[in-house]
Design a protein around this ligand. Structure first.
Ligand code: PGA
Length: 242
């Protein structure tokens, strides 16, 4: 069976109105093959949505609030994200955990709020360098999954992103990715999509896709490079046949 992979582009706090126009009109000339989710900063969501030209392109947000509405200055509700056309939302990205002190418990509430509002949460987990060096990767992943994924429902994704691999150019080894994803598959079952993230590029994603329990990738820096990202989302040879 040919399986399409899921490729998620996280623009973080990058991009502009002119960047959206240029990038999206470039993609209109491309033959997009993989299911691709674009996660721009909040103000750019409607503009990206307006210009999505392929049924394979979907819109995602980088975060949502854990409450449905209220006096939370500067935050955005899952319901509003759904209303403007998002289908996915990242929850618990390591930059949110680090710079906004987000805990597993909060991330779980966000993921559950996303599900309640018809969004598919992509729950991010991953060990830091010290934890890796102490051989704690699998136990950290196990406890992050237990504490930060929704209690019920199967319509969510988990992205394994080693903190030390994000934005550093140091991708985890194939062995490390395989062992983390095999353990996550055991814990989460067959229905949850498992993504890998951390310095994924147009040159290394095919070998990551070739691993058994990798259903897709979460891409930061390279999602801002329109030619490189196109090579990833258009490449039919990336189909993994099982
Ligand atoms: P990177 O970022 O691809 O630039 O390492 C990944 C991420 O933060 O999701």
């Amino acid at each position: 069976m040919a399986l399409q992979k899921l490729i998620v582009g996280n623009w973080k706090m990058n991009g502009s109105v002119s960047f959206v126009r240029e990038t999206l009109s470039y993609w209109q000339t491309q033959n997009i093959f993989h299911h691709t989710v674009i996660c721009p900063p909040f103000p750019l969501l409607p503009l990206v949505k307006e210009q999505l030209s392929s049924p394979f392109l979907s819109l995602g947000a980088q975060d949502c609030h854990h409450k449905s509405s209220g006096a939370f200055t500067g935050n955005t509700s899952a319901n509003l994200l759904y209303e403007i056309g998002c289908q996915y939302v990242l929850t618990g990205h390591s930059e949110r955990r680090q710079y906004h002190a987000e805990t597993n418990e909060l991330i779980k509430e966000k993921a559950e709020m996303a599900l309640a509002n018809h969004l598919i949460p992509i729950v991010c987990i991953g060990e830091n360098l010290q934890e890796k060096e102490q051989g704690k990767t699998l136990s950290i992943l196990n406890s992050q999954v237990a504490a930060s994924t929704p209690s019920s429902g199967v319509d969510f994704c988990v992205a394994y992103e080693p903190v030390w691999a994000i934005g550093t150019g140091k991708t985890a080894s194939l062995e490390d990715i395989a062992s983390a994803h095999d353990a996550l598959r055991q814990q989460l079952g067959e229905n949850i999509k498992l993504l890998y993230g951390g310095s994924v590029t147009a040159d290394n994603y095919l070998e990551i896709f070739s691993l058994n329990n990798v259903d897709g990738v979460l891409v930061g820096g390279v999602s801002l490079k329109k030619e490189d990202f196109s090579r990833m989302i258009c490449n039919e040879s990336a189909i993994h046949t099982q």
